[in-house]
Design a protein around this ligand. Structure first.
Ligand SMILES: Nc1ncnc2c1ncn2[C@@H]1O[C@H](COP(=O)(O)OP(=O)(O)OP(=O)(O)O)[C@@H](O)[C@H]1O
Ligand SMILES: [Mg+2]
Length: 242
């Protein structure tokens, strides 16, 4: 693992065992994500995108190979250490939002902070701020069922930023949205990137490649090709991210 790399996958395989049959959903994947990069992982349905999201996000263990987070082999960490570091470092935006239905928008945003032992009072203040940032200042007391799809996605974005992570990992964040709301979500991700975060965007949508500094093309569980994008990062202010 070279300097400046946040997440690194080395010869990673993921094999799902279904009774007698085996399915290789990720085949010998090598990915190095550099600090501050905007990377798009592109592929059609079934290509292995969510499988790779779970591996890149250290939510799943590879069948073979190694995953390094900040230079540390994830397989050598205890689960408690891994979940603490992952919670501090990575903000997740899931395709299906994964909001807790019984909690309000603000409580959903506070949740990842509670796992990092942030006091509820302080955490809820920050949650309200984040919701304001995504344009939902007046929806903080709504439960997910009382929000539109686009609003839920924005709550998920606010939640992903709860612990000021240095990496945002988003799986089809615009997949369930109309094109205008999708563009707003992309604008938010670009802003987070310009403020210094590393953004990894997973999608089947070729139109989103224009946002990438680097695109990794996936097919049948393999990396087909890697292309550098023309996009250059406008650094607004470097917050000296961890
Ligand atoms: N838990 C599992 N057990 C067995 N097979 C699985 C499992 N999860 C995924 N697969 C298979 O692995 C392959 C890759 O799945 P994955 O969910 O990573 O695809 P994807 O690129 O995210 O697709 P989509 O765009 O439809 O979300 C698929 O063929 C899928 O059927
Ligand atoms: Mg998927």
């Amino acid at each position: 693992m070279k300097k400046g790399e946040v997440i690194s996958l080395k010869n990673v395989w993921k094999t799902y065992q279904m009774g007698e049959t085996k399915l290789d959903a990720a085949k010998n994947i090598n990915i190095d994500i550099k600090k501050g990069e905007f990377v798009v992982i592109l592929g059609p349905s079934g290509a292995g995108k969510s499988t790779i999201m779970n591996l890149v996000g250290c939510l799943d263990e590879p069948t073979k190979g190694h995953i390094y987070l900040d230079g540390k082999d994830v397989s050598l960490m205890h689960e408690s250490e891994l979940s603490r570091i992952r919670g501090q470092k990575i903000g997740f935006i899931f395709q299906q939002f994964n909001l807790i239905p019984t909690l309000t928008a603000a409580e959903n945003v506070y949740l990842p902070m509670s796992f990092q032992d942030v006091e509820r009072k302080d955490g809820m203040v920050k949650a309200e701020k984040l919701l304001k940032m995504v344009g939902l200042g007046n929806r903080s007391h709504h439960k997910p069922s009382e929000l539109s799809g686009g609003e839920r996605q924005r709550v998920a974005i606010a939640r992903s930023m709860a612990n000021s992570p240095s990496v945002i990992l988003a799986d089809e964040p615009t997949g369930n949205l109309d094109s205008k709301t999708g563009q707003e979500v992309m604008a938010m991700l670009n802003k987070i990137h310009e403020e210094g975060a590393t953004v990894i965007l997973i999608t089947h949508d070729l139109n989103l490649v224009k946002h990438a500094e680097r695109t990794i093309f996936l097919k049948d569980g393999m990396i087909e090709k890697v292309k550098n994008g023309s996009k250059k990062r406008k650094v607004m202010h470097n917050k000296n991210k961890k």
